[in-house]
Design a protein around this ligand. Structure first.
Ligand code: ZN
Length: 165
């Protein structure tokens, strides 16, 4: 810094501060040292904004965890997962509408996941979704009668991620 003019020193210091703040923001979202990527951050912001505008829900979306690039949040007591490409998925829900567009998949379903969860059958013979509304990063819902309790993690994860239509 000794050779910089004061104004350059200030500019350099500001740059360092800005970079640090950006890192802190990413770390705040990161779980177990893994950062939420930019598409996921954009998806979280979009979901937050639409929840606020359309449903008056202004609380900050919680980050419940991360597994294999999937970020877990929760809307109205139902887990919403954001994939690495920024698409929304409802692991507890057996079937819900989604567009095929990257970053847009199932945004409407993610705005009211409880609607789709409530109306689904409580029959335990199904290949997608769960009997419980909240799914942990181990891809189980914690309900004893749910098939996920007896499945390998690969099968549980698949059950959780193929419900969109
Ligand atoms: Zn389950």
């Amino acid at each position: 810094m000794a050779h910089l003019l004061p104004v350059e020193a200030i500019a350099a210091r500001c740059h360092v501060l800005a970079v640090n703040q950006k890192l802190i923001a990413i770390q705040r979202l990161g779980i177990n040292g893994k950062a939420v990527n930019n598409r996921q951050k954009a998806a979280l912001n979009r979901l937050q904004n639409e929840l606020s505008m359309k449903h008056g829900i202004v609380q900050e979306l919680p980050i419940r965890g991360e597994d294999d690039g999937f970020v877990f949040t929760e809307v109205d007591g139902v887990t919403v997962v954001i994939g690495p490409g920024g698409g929304f998925q409802l692991p507890a829900v057996r079937t819900y509408p989604g567009t095929g567009k990257p970053g847009e998949k199932a945004i409407d379903a993610a705005l009211d996941p409880n609607y789709f969860f409530r109306k689904q059958s409580k029959d335990a013979i199904f290949k997608t979704g769960h009997l419980g509304p909240t799914i942990g990063v181990n891809w189980t819902c914690g309900i004893e009668s749910c098939p996920c309790n007896h499945e390998s993690i690969d099968v549980r994860k698949k059950r959780s991620l193929i419900g969109h239509r």
